[in-house]
Unconditional design. Sequence first.
Length: 196
Amino acid sequence: MTADPLSPQEISKLIGSIYDCALDPSRWELTLDEMRGAFDGLTAMLHLNDLHHDRLLLHRTVGLEPYALDLIAKQGISFDFPARARLFEVRSQKLSKIPPEYLYHKAPSSLLHSLEAFYGDPAFDYDRIAHHKVMGSFMSSPSATAAYLMRCSKWDHEAEAYLRLVIEAGAGRGLGGVPSAYPSTHFELTWVCSVT
């Protein structure tokens, strides 16, 4: 978040940009980039699910999470951009505030929905969080479950079965699209905007 609060005029301009997107959805990337900049963020995302008809209506994102850049780099593809070093610096700062032991306890934490953020952190032991898995998933998050499956020391067939179900029965219906949460019956119809 930015150190200085936004002025009423700046907030009004952002709200106006959001309303403009309702009339012209092609403006979302530009508007999200404006929001990311206003809040001094490195990424911004907007996601809309229609739970009544079990479909993804809108998903727009600006910026990349550091773990995704690491995974892409392992495939021989690298992206250089001015804020790259800052992105990894912010990630390190955030992770330093969360001791991995916090997730090893018996009580679940909402951090389990974002396990992919810990991907690549050598201090994080994915085997010690297996007790939080419910019906194959971590907080109904395909990305968190995939991160766990890629990093646990012994292949977890239940987690694999959950991910296969998400691919086949989720919004993409086997064509490659994977929802951010499945089953979405656990969530209300939401507009979610986050800036990190």
